[in-house]
Design a protein. Structure first.
Length: 248
């Protein structure tokens, strides 16, 4: 069997363990059958932007649909989200994959969604996604890898959506928080890392307020994020949190 870590560009630096790795054309998902959603999504921001369509964006497709690669009894459906009060929150962002139609279309598979509070999804979370694209647009940055993970705190009650719809009796747990780990490779081959943690509710702070140590976020997710980078070759300023990047 082919090793996806040897084939998929976005997996070159590693990813946490999961039940099922589903490789797409432009990003990969580590799926959790237990939680009926991705444990993580890993992408390269606007991959091949200089080679495809002159880097010009296409219109967002909004063609949300179930992912038939996941067995029906373990996958989310549109009915589960209907009337739930939660957004179908992208893990791999639609605007990070807006160069060709099939690339954008794949981001609307429900395997790439988690129930997300609308005041997070449409505001501070979107601001963080936009900031990663600003980082990617810097002339000294070659590629930006983004790992996004839903977080569940098991000492807290877990809300579920979809529990009342009849198809397979599937319900989807609502994450308590989300992690986004951003790995940038610059024109000198250096790697820089920032990891953010946001609770699944409205947020009003500056993006830098949500920076956390990657090690601490890994403890919450239950796996190393960038485990294919040799020890000592990736530091967060000797264990301290790296300051937020600037656009220029």
């Amino acid at each position: 069997m082919n090793d996806p870590f040897q084939i998929q560009r976005e997996l070159r630096y590693g990813a946490p363990v999961c039940d099922q790795i589903m490789t797409g054309r432009y990003f990969s998902i580590g799926y959790s059958w237990y939680f009926r959603q991705a444990k993580w999504a890993l992408e390269i921001v606007r991959r091949d932007r200089d080679l495809v369509n002159d880097g010009e964006a296409i219109q967002r497709l909004d063609n949300f649909r179930a992912d038939t690669r996941v067995p029906a009894r373990f996958r989310a459906s549109l009915n589960a989200y209907k009337g739930s009060g939660y957004d179908r929150g992208h893990l791999a962002a639609s605007a990070n994959h807006d160069l060709i139609l099939i690339q954008n279309s794949e981001t609307f598979l429900l395997s790439n969604m988690s129930p997300q509070h609308e005041d997070l999804n449409r505001r501070k979370w979107r601001e963080l996604e936009e900031a990663t694209r600003e980082l990617d647009a810097r002339p000294d940055i070659y590629e930006v890898y983004v790992l996004t993970c839903p977080i569940f705190y098991f000492e807290r009650a877990i809300e579920v959506i979809g529990k009342d719809h009849e198809e397979y009796g599937i319900s989807i747990p609502v994450p308590h928080a989300f992690v986004k780990s951003v790995l940038a490779e610059d024109d000198k081959g250096r790697l820089s890392l920032w990891t953010f943690l946001m609770s699944n509710e409205a947020q009003t702070g500056q993006l830098s307020d949500y920076l956390v140590k990657t090690y601490d976020a890994e403890q919450l997710v239950g796996g190393r994020f960038w485990d294919r980078i040799a020890g000592g070759d990736l530091h967060e300023d000797k264990g301290n949190i790296r300051p937020m990047w600037t656009a220029a």
